[in-house]
Design a protein around this ligand. Structure first.
Ligand code: MGD
Ligand code: MGD
Ligand code: SF4
Ligand code: MO
Length: 757
């Protein structure tokens, strides 16, 4: 039995924080941050960018574009959060000088933290680290293309790409077209580490891969279930919708092992000053399960829905398949098994079931706390099963809604940057290429690292991101990338990959223009399936040698492929890329005329307001989500001696308040009361059970390494669980992989926490 599950949840639950933590999320510090940045010397440029007609750089909630920098798809104003300011501030930094890289050796650069690397400034000229050299050198564009072209002439199965969702749809489309024209399906993407289980799960059940809820529909919900998403940090404007739903008498159920303060009360600048000071209530009910146990919690909700007579059997019979086995599984699983597995009491589960079963319209939202598990796809199944059992998919104001990551990560998937290409896109591309695409299975991110580790990759192009920093087991990632002959990083800012993810022969860093600097229009897709048009812009980096991503990709492709299957150089006018997208990508027809119409649009076929699904039978398919076996290893399995004072915890790894993925903006996380990056958030009872105290320094050991001198911080985290920040924590563990989607289990890392002798 899991060491955690002896503790069935009391009410009120694990809510003790330390004296440092504020009483509401958001609130005045957000306004202070705005003021600090917008009134600083960078202020005018910041305002100019905020007002520029382009989508927010930061998260997938999406705002800006043609309706103006502050407007959402419903035309509502004042829709930019402080995260947007944070992201822009990082991009409008001055250029890093050539002298800097002449002076700093790679050994010195490797000493930099993620925050220090980002703070160096903007990359502004192409540079190369050659094998055996100690410094990055500036390099000419002609040599860049010469090396890149030779590297791309390697056998196609030994050539790979990785991408991250900040770039445009146009760049994403060109990347995959270039790779597939070559005969390579190795299109790894950051979504493999992120929402791939949502894509896989939703595709199996509904034959769709994204949220089925529009922003307009969300506004009509009477209840939102938010599982494993810290939206107060990571999708702040979503909080405005939750506040409005509560104000209209709706209910919010939060499911999260940590009582995140911003999900309890949130002070949003979008609302009257009063709410900013006192905060608005968010959670009506807050459940704190054991990390990795959400299938059990949702099974409990289903069981109770059945017991309370709230099962929508007519809906199941008419619109779903496989429901009998799912209902049977819920009916037959004993309450004891359910509560033991998830650590939440039956009374609380029943309360959630009553709310869900009696609310007319329920939206189920989730993020990394659901997907980043060994059973991430089962988690998604269990949520969608619950939605279907209560008739909540395929009607207005209801549905399943993965809350996506990067601002254009979903667009990358739509453009075919995936190892699981949709059949319709495959056929359209084959028509365009006038030949079959390669049938060799491509590498997603984890299999790319494994393949590189086994010496099977010669060439790698990274369109953004931080492949080294984002992967678990940093030692392996470094070794694996070291086997690749040529790595080409396209990036706006320096990051850990550029200093640690070094190739065997040549590591090239190409400085690119970001979304608001491109000399042509681009588009992006929000998590709510809305396509935005970004206007042309210009960079503040005068006399610098940056390149638009599109220009680099088309020039490289034209050198490799000549005029096949298209005149690549002509595609530097992105209007032509959009025409190709309109021809090949389902639902994107309107992009073909967006240059003339300026009409931003919701992708057709994505939002379900009727219970008819694009599956073969037209019905949603339901699958039994088995309960996980959540045993943690014993202390001795970490090599600890009997006398070592310590405890094994289920460590969740994720984001602090001031970071965007692997890029750290500030070292503290004030809402959780964590003063710096080298902290572990623990439950007081756990710490005290092995004689640890708050602020004591401990070692945290995983299966691949350890971190020392880590400060214990008491927080509102459930017994048996703890939290640390990535990317730093990625050195300590190699995660098991969700087998259907390739996603690492970042949210349930067995770790041994012990006092230093
Ligand atoms: N400002 C900012 N915005 C961002 C990002 C950023 O780094 N900074 N990153 C973007 C990206 S790429 C992504 S993917 C999203 C990430 O957005 P989130 O998914 O909100 O981010 P995480 O920090 O990974 O944390 C998720 C939450 O899951 C909870 N959790 C952990 N394990 C479990 C579990 O087993 N069950 C449940 N129910 N909950 C669990 C954690 O306590 C945490 O509150 O945000 C996007 N937006
Ligand atoms: N332990 C742990 N690990 C995790 C996670 C976790 O929760 N826990 N979360 C995972 C998740 S959800 C994700 S999505 C990944 C994120 O992994 P990645 O997407 O690989 O990483 P980012 O930190 O978002 O990448 C930041 C870099 O992108 C570059 N960049 C920014 N804008 C642009 C642009 O417009 N063009 C180009 N070419 N480059 C640009 C900058 O150089 C910047 O340094 O990390 C994963 N890793
Ligand atoms: S919620 Fe996301 S998209 Fe909207 S302004 Fe904030 S960071 Fe940007
Ligand atoms: Mo992500």
């Amino acid at each position: 039995m899991d060491t955690n599950s002896q503790n069935v949840q009391p009410t009120p639950p694990f809510s003790e924080t330390n004296e440092e933590t504020p009483k509401i999320g958001g609130g005045l510090p957000v306004i202070e941050y705005w003021a600090e940045h917008t009134l600083s010397p960078e202020g005018p440029k910041l305002w100019q960018t905020l007002l520029h007609k382009s989508a927010c750089l930061s998260c997938s909630w999406g705002t800006g574009g043609q309706k103006g920098g502050f407007t959402n798809e419903d035309g509502e104003k004042l829709q930019r959060c402080m995260k947007s300011v944070e992201a822009i501030s990082a991009e409008i930094k001055p250029a890093i000088s050539t002298q800097f890289f002449e002076q700093q050796s790679i050994a010195e650069l490797q000493q930099l933290t993620s925050m220090e690397a980002d703070r160096l400034g903007r990359l502004s000229f192409p540079m190369i680290l050659r094998a055996g050299k100690s410094h990055y050198d500036r390099i000419s564009w002609s040599e860049v293309y010469q090396i890149a072209e030779a590297a791309f002439r390697k056998p196609p199965e030994r050539v790979a790409s990785y991408s991250s969702g900040r770039s445009s749809n146009e760049a994403a489309f060109l990347l995959q077209l270039m790779m597939r024209s070559l005969g390579s399906n190795n299109l790894a993407d950051c979504s493999d580490l992120c929402h791939a289980p949502s894509t896989t799960g939703l595709n199996e059940m509904f034959a769709t891969r994204t949220s089925v809820v529009s922003l307009e529909n969300l506004k009509q919900a009477d209840c939102v279930v938010l599982a494993g998403a810290n939206s107060a940090y990571n999708h702040p404007r979503f909080m405005n919708e939750l506040i409005k739903i509560r104000d209209q008498g709706g209910k919010i159920i939060v499911i999260n092992p940590i009582m995140e303060i911003g999900l309890v009360k949130f002070g949003s600048p979008a609302f009257p000053v009063k709410s900013l000071f006192t905060g608005s209530d968010i959670a009506s009910l807050y459940l704190q399960p054991i990390p990795g146990s959400d299938t059990a919690l949702f099974l409990g909700i289903q069981k109770s829905v059945i017991e309370q007579g709230l099962l929508d059997e007519n809906y199941l019979k008419a619109y779903t398949e496989g429901w009998e086995a799912v209902v049977q599984h819920a009916s037959e699983t004993a309450w004891e098994t359910i509560t033991e597995t998830c650590g939440v009491s039956r009374a609380e589960i029943e309360a959630a079931a009553t709310i869900i079963g009696t609310s007319p319209r329920v939206v189920f939202g989730w993020a990394m706390g659901i997907t980043q598990h060994e059973n991430g796809v089962d988690n998604v199944f269990s949520i969608a099963n619950t939605a279907l059992m209560t008739g909540n998919v395929g009607k207005e104001g209801a549905g399943v809604m993965p809350v996506r990551g990067h601002s254009n990560v979903q667009g990358f998937g739509s453009m075919g940057v995936t190892v699981k290409l949709r059949k319709e896109i495959q056929e359209a591309l084959e028509k365009l290429l006038d030949r079959p695409l390669s049938r060799v299975k491509g590498y997603e991110t984890r299999s790319l690292i494994e393949a590189a580790d086994a010496g099977k990759v010669d060439t790698l192009i990274c369109l953004g991101g931080n492949l080294y920093g984002a992967n678990p087991d940093s030692t392996q990632a470094k070794r694996a990338l070291g086997n690749v002959e040529t790595i080409i990083y396209l990036a706006t800012k320096p990051n850990l990959s550029h200093f640690h993810g070094l190739a065997k022969h040549n590591t090239i860093v190409i400085p690119v223009l970001n979304r608001f600097e491109n000399p042509y229009k681009t588009t992006v897709e929000s998590g709510n399936n809305f396509v935005r048009l970004n206007d042309e812009g210009e960079t503040h980096l005068k006399n610098a040698d940056l390149i638009p991503e599109i220009n680099f990709l088309t020039e490289l492709a034209s050198r490799i492929h000549g005029d096949f299957p298209v005149d690549w150089r002509k595609l530097q006018d992105t209007k032509y890329v959009r025409q190709l997208i309109a021809q090949t990508i389902p639902g994107y027809e309107k992009i073909g005329t967006i240059d003339e119409t300026k009409e931003e649009f919701t992708i057709s076929g994505r939002i379900f307001t009727e219970p008819k699904f694009p599956t073969e039978s037209g019905k949603a398919k339901m699958f039994v989500a088995p309960l996980p076996k959540l045993k943690l290893p014993e202390a001795k399995e970490f090599g600890a001696s009997e006398s070592t004072q310590g405890i094994v915890v289920a460590l969740m790894t994720g984001r602090s308040y001031s970071q965007h993925n692997t890029v750290v903006y500030k070292i503290d996380d004030k809402y959780r009361g964590m003063p710096h990056r080298n902290c572990i958030l623990m439950n007081r009872a756990d710490a005290e059970s092995v004689g640890l105290q708050e602020h004591q320094r401990v070692t945290v050991q995983g299966n691949a390494g350890k971190m020392e001198n880590v400060e214990v911080i008491y927080g509102a985290v459930r017994v048996g669980a703890a939290l640390m920040f990535y990317p730093e924590v990625n050195v300590i563990f190699s995660a098991p992989i969700e087998r259907r989607s390739g996603t690492p289990a970042y949210k349930r890392v067995p770790a041994f926490v012990y006092a230093e002798a």
